[in-house]
Design a protein around this ligand. Structure first.
Ligand code: PEP
Ligand code: MG
Length: 325
C-alpha cells in the first residue's frame, strides 16, 4: 500500500468529481524538499524560517539568509513557496536569544518579536525579497498576527525593504504575495479587514486550536483536550472558509489537521482546496482524496458540525472512511 501511495503522489490530487486539491509541503529543513517536489507536491505551503535560525549560533546575516532562501526556492523547482517570517518564542526558543516568560504562548512570539526588532525583521524581509528576485514563486507569510496594526506595520517594513532593494540592488525585483497566519482567534472576526490588506491567509490550526480551546498544545496533562475535531473548532474553520470566500481572500491551511486523513476529508468538505502538510502525509492524503467525491461530503460535514464532541466526529468520519475502503 505504501508503494501505491507513493506512485500516486506523482498524479495530481483530483477528487472523483474533478475538484483539484493542491497539496503542499510543510518544511523547515532542506532535506527531502527536492524529492517531494519532484514526486508531485504542488509546492511548499509553509517554510518555517525559524528552523534554519535554530540551527545557528547567532542570527544569520542577510547574505547567509539569502543563500538559504535561494536554496529553498530552487529545491521547489519553480513551484510556489510560502516563506514564513521568524516565528520564535512560544515553544521555539533560539539558543542565542533567550526569552523568559511565565506564559510564552501568550507572550513575545512571532510577528510581535519581529516588530519589536525591526533591524532583524528588515534583514529577513530583504533576504527573502532578494532570494525571490524578479520571479513570482515566493509568497511571504506573517505568523501570530493578532491585530490589523501588526499587518500595516509589517507591510510598511516590507515596502521599505522593497524600495531600498529596487533602488540599490535589483531594479526588477518583484513584490511577493503577502499573507498572514490565521491562528489567533480574534482575526477570525476581522477577515473583511484582513482581505483589504493582504493576498491570502493560511490557517494555523495547531495554534488556532490551542487558543480557541485554551489548551497548551504541548502539555501532556491536557493533551486529550487539545482536539481539532471539537465541533467548535470545526465550525470556526468552516466559517473562516465561508468568510474568506465572501471577501475573495485566498485561504489555505497548514496546521497538522490538514495532513490527517479525517482532517483532510473534513477540510475538503468545507471547501478548502489548498492543504499543506508534513512530508510523511502527502502521499496518503493524495491517495485518499483521489477516492472521494466532494459532492458526497456535504452530508458528512453537516453531520459532523452538529455532533456534540470530537470523539463523535472522529467516529463518524472513521466510519465514512471505512465505507470507502
Ligand atoms: C500552526 O500553528 O498550525 C502552524 C502551522 O504553525 P506552527 O505549528 O509552526 O506554530
Ligand atoms: Mg502556529
Amino acid at each position: 500500500l505504501q508503494r501505491q501511495y507513493a506512485q500516486e503522489l506523482a498524479l495530481p490530487s483530483v477528487t472523483l468529481d474533478g475538484s483539484r486539491i493542491r497539496l503542499y509541503l510543510n518544511a523547515g529543513l532542506l532535506s527531502g524538499v527536492a524529492s517531494e517536489i519532484a514526486e508531485g507536491a504542488d509546492g511548499i505551503g509553509l517554510y518555517r524560517t525559524e528552523i534554519p535560525f535554530m540551527l545557528q549560533q547567532r542570527f544569520p546575516s542577510e547574505s547567509e539568509q539569502v543563500k538559504v532562501y535561494q536554496q529553498v526556492l530552487s529545491a521547489a523547482s519553480g513551484r510556489p513557496v510560502v516563506m514564513r517570517t521568524l516565528d520564535v518564542g512560544g515553544d521555539k526558543p533560539l539558543p542565542y536569544f533567550p526569552i523568559k516568560e511565565d506564559n510564552p504562548f501568550l507572550g513575545w512570539r512571532g510577528i510581535r518579536l519581529s516588530l519589536d526588532h525591526p533591524e532583524l525583521f528588515l534583514v529577513q524581509l530583504r533576504a527573502m525579497l532578494q532570494a525571490g528576485g524578479d520571479g513570482k514563486q515566493l509568497s511571504i507569510l506573517l505568523p501570530m498576527v493578532s491585530n490589523l496594526d501588526e499587518i500595516d506595520q509589517s507591510l510598511e517594513y516590507l515596502q521599505q525593504a522593497y524600495v531600498e532593494l529596487k533602488n540599490d540592488v535589483n531594479s526588477n525585483i518583484v513584490m511577493p504575495r503577502i499573507g498572514i497566519m490565521l491562528e489567533v482567534p480574534a482575526m477570525l472576526y476581522q477577515l473583511d479587514d484582513v482581505a483589504k490588506r493582504v493576498d491570502f491567509v493560511s490557517v494555523g490550526s495547531n495554534d488556532l486550536t490551542q487558543y480557541l480551546l485554551a489548551v497548551d498544545r504541548n502539555n501532556p496533562r491536557v493533551s486529550s483536550l487539545f482536539d481539532s475535531y471539537h465541533p467548535g473548532i470545526l465550525r470556526a474553520l468552516h466559517q473562516a472558509h465561508l468568510d474568506c470566500r465572501y471577501h475573495k481572500l485566498d485561504i489555505s491551511i497548514c496546521g497538522e489537521l490538514a495532513g490527517e486523513p479525517m482532517g483532510a476529508i473534513l477540510l475538503v468538505a468545507m471547501g478548502y482546496d489548498q492543504l499543506s502538510m508534513n512530508q510523511g502525509s502527502l502521499a496518503r492524503i493524495n491517495y485518499l482524496l483521489r477516492r472521494v467525491a466532494r459532492a458526497d461530503l456535504d452530508q458528512l460535514l453537516a453531520q459532523a458540525l452538529s455532533l456534540s464532541n470530537g470523539f463523535q466526529v472522529r467516529e463518524l468520519v472513521k466510519e465514512y472512511l471505512n465505507q470507502q475502503g
